[in-house]
Design a protein around this ligand. Structure first.
Ligand code: NAD
Length: 301
């Protein structure tokens, strides 16, 4: 099955998505502030929605800092930075933040019930032709779409961290996503200077289905005493030209996030090849989650 041929349903209203929509980004954390940044930098009016004024201000400060870094590297002029910031506003409620949005990108934590509640509220505010996208890294797009009255407008827009730097957007088509919505999201992603790649909804999409078994196997190699973490990473960097070894990458992603995604793959495919390594489970149980706790396969103190 190709990414463009699954069964589709017609658009909620028959109206085609807009060419340069106003964007609402829900959740201004690690991913959400980067997503708001790249849309605003590309000329979209963006409203960033988070749970409190403090959270919104933290997100804006991060965007300001990242834009400043681009100015100092001469990738952006000062006036482009100012214009980008002028296109950004914030809101502490979905009701206020999503009015007039033609595209809503959700980037709240990876909790099914939280995301579903967000979509119900979004759908009560936005125009019926608005596209609703999620940045989920592992939850089924088809299952999330189930919360909506019009699942044909729902799609995965999987950005990578750090968003302003990483060029890929994995565009994930759910079982009921309208193909006009896929086309619009592909075009909008290109407008951000990104490279969108269409994939069909399946556990882990393509990115994590390929990446996580490699990380898991690297952990098994350590668990079985084949090599130290440093040596596993050195083999993959020197021999396979990976910029970062799999264990360093696992620490960067967060070992808890890696374990959650492996469990999604294991449950989704019912295949023992995705069984999480016991060492990974043990490290997560111990609270050694990588960069964010200061200790994972490496120490960051
Ligand atoms: P995060 O915890 O850094 O940020 C989440 C933000 O959402 C926080 O600012 C929080 O205050 C806000 N939030 C929570 N509930 C909200 C609500 N009801 N309304 C508005 N805002 C709310 O999380 P993150 O790492 O940015 O991850 C967000 C999503 O992106 C997750 O689905 C995750 O799986 C996915 N993702 C993460 C990465 C990554 O490397 N961090 C990469 C790809 C995809």
């Amino acid at each position: 099955m190709s990414a463009s041929d699954p069964t589709t349903s017609s658009s909620a209203t028959g109206a085609l998505p807009q060419t340069h929509p106003n964007v609402a980004v829900i959740g201004g954390g690690t991913m959400g502030n980067g997503i708001a940044h790249v849309f605003a930098q590309s000329g979209h009016q963006v409203t960033l929605v988070d749970v409190s004024q403090e959270a919104c201000e933290r997100a804006l400060a991060m965007i300001d800092k990242n834009l400043g870094r681009m100015v100092s590297k001469e990738k952006l002029t000062k006036s482009e930075k100012e214009a980008t910031l002028e296109r950004l506003s914030t809101a502490v409620s979905i009701q206020d933040g999503c009015k007039g949005a033609g595209l809503v990108v959700e980037a709240v934590p990876e909790i099914l019930s939280l995301k579903r509640d967000v979509y119900k509220e979004v759908e009560s505010v936005v125009d019926p032709s608005a596209v609703i996208a999620t940045n989920t890294s592992s939850i089924s797009i088809t299952k999330l779409a189930n919360a909506l009255k019009h699942p044909s407008r729902f799609i995965g827009m999987h950005f990578f961290n750090p968003v302003p730097v990483m060029s890929l957007v994995e565009v994930v088509k759910g079982h009921q996503t309208d193909s006009a919505v896929v086309d619009a999201v592909m075009a909008w992603s290109e407008g951000l200077g990104k490279v969108p790649v269409p994939v069909n909804d399946s556990p882990g999409f393509v990115s994590n289905r390929v990446l996580m078994p490699m990380i898991n196997e690297a952990i098994f190699a350590v668990y079985e005493g084949v090599a130290t973490p440093e040596h596993v990473d050195e083999v993959m960097k020197r021999g396979m030209a990976h910029p970062m070894g799999p264990l360093r990458l696992a620490d960067f992603i967060g070992l808890d996030v890696c374990l959650d995604i492996l469990r999604v793959l294991y449950d989704g495919f019912q295949d023992p090849k995705y069984r999480p390594c016991p060492l990974l489970v043990k490290m997560v149980d111990a609270g050694t989650l990588g960069d964010k706790t200061g200790q994972g396969f490496y120490s960051y103190t």
